[in-house]
Design a binder for this molecule. Sequence first.
Ligand code: COS
Length: 386
Amino acid sequence: MDFELSDEQGLVRETARAFTDNEIVERARENDRNEHFDLELVAKLAAQGYLGAIVPREYGGAGLDYLTYGLIVEEIGRGDSAMRTVVSVQTSLVCSAILRWGTEEQKQHYLPKLCSGEWLGCFALTEPDTGSDAANQRTRARRGNGGWVINGAKMFISMGNHAKVALVFAQTDPELGHRGLACFLVDTDQPGFQAQEIHHKMGLRGSDTAEISLDDVEAPEDAMLGEIGDGFKVAMSALDSGRYSVAAGCVGICQGCVDASVRYSKERQQFGRPIASFQLVQAMIANMVVETEAARMLVWRAGYLKDSGKPNTTETSIAKLYSTEAAIRCANTAIQVHGGSGYVDDYPVERYLRDVRVTTLYEGTSQIQQLIIGRAVTGINALIPS
Ligand code: COS
């Protein structure tokens, strides 16, 4: 076993760390306060090569391995989960799906524009009535106009208001269940595609979230990703990458909580001493450190498996489940270390808590991860009560 990062990985991490500190951290609070989706910062992320980092160079990506991608995502997640969401959605949900399932023409058409940030993409799986039961899509695709016509509604779609291309999952034949699903690369610049901003979120306020309606939206024959019936597998394989990215971002939140708490506890004086000198404060910090390190190791293992081409769905669920729950605990504890100061946004910790809360919900709830893990180790499917 080798826990050492390569020189290149170390360099990429240092660069991402500096970029986060110099560009992201200082804007995070204002963007959160103003519910501002910072497209200027998105362009900077793209210029750094952080959109589509795992995409091979021939398609405009940085050609990095998953472990290195995870290091970047961790740093950005430490700075601002709203920007981390941009990286995760664009890279893991959209680019990785096109890379894995796309034809050569589709890859050449979409990937360079997505990696350069010229286009944003979104992943339209969730619907008003379809969350955990992802196979049960109400959105319908029927043949027409020499291609497909799509009708339905999507909910809580990150970047849905700004995406040029949407991966839309739709049912082609309800009789077939998940084997009737298809995924379409939908051009959002058409009249039937309507996106509306969702406001008043608990966190991720600097992130763009949409509800989408699809009213006779057209997708030509060559807009299908994979074949008819591959839609569910496209979604699940993209989520294998997306859950990894969420987990890595949560390691960043854990680390941010440790950094902020160490800094604050050494400055803050009570009873004539820095509060860092009190054992109960050190206990809180030590617990955060242990959770951060454990989460990071689980993410690195999932990344290693992905880079080795080995099955990793269960290990990715383990990393996602642990990292997201650990990040909630760390953010909560970090506020405790900060006392009243942690309750206002002079410090990042209250935003960490608000931002991290969604991570045990999206890309599969903690309960879905537990059921995936439970099924893998017992061989018994407890997902659907019989
Ligand atoms: N990669 C590729 N294919 C996969 C896969 C993966 N990671 N996981 C499952 N599949 C395939 C299976 O091989 C199976 O294929 P066949 O039809 O050829 O047999 C098919 O998909 C169905 O798989 P499975 O039986 O595991 O599906 P279930 O219906 O039992 O479970 C869960 C599906 C609940 C795990 C799934 O619906 C899920 O993850 N739900 C949460 C959805 C989610 O994360 N939503 C968030 C939206 S994005 S913010």
